[in-house]
Design a protein around this ligand. Structure first.
Ligand code: SF4
Ligand code: SF4
Length: 91
């Protein structure tokens, strides 16, 4: 028999969400943000910036997937990506 255990405060829990902003001209194409995003929000662009690098873009269908962990901002060596918190998702 499976026992499903729910937190007592589930009705007030929310999932953080973020809006991702990318500054293509700063990017050097290292892929850190793409490879380390826990929600696979990002992928390489098909376009290149003025230095010839494929900068990150939000993958199709992942527009609502960012959980505002800010990890992409932390690992980017060029300060080329950041997120802003938006209305959280309720459970
Ligand atoms: S904030 Fe986190 S979930 Fe959102 S795009 Fe950056 S690494 Fe991915
Ligand atoms: S971590 Fe920064 S420099 Fe590297 S691919 Fe992402 S945006 Fe570009």
């Amino acid at each position: 028999m499976t026992v499903v255990r729910r937190p007592l405060d589930q009705s007030v829990l929310t999932i953080p969400r973020g809006q991702t902003y990318i500054i293509p001209q700063r990017c050097k194409g290292c892929r850190f943000c793409i490879d380390f995003c826990p929600k696979d929000v990002l992928e390489e662009s098909t376009d290149i910036n003025s230095k010839g690098y494929h900068y990150p873009v939000v993958s199709a269908g992942k527009e609502e997937a960012c959980i505002q962990c800010t990890f992409c901002t932390l690992v980017c060596p060029e300060f080329a990506i950041y997120t802003e918190e938006i209305e959280p998702e309720t459970l």
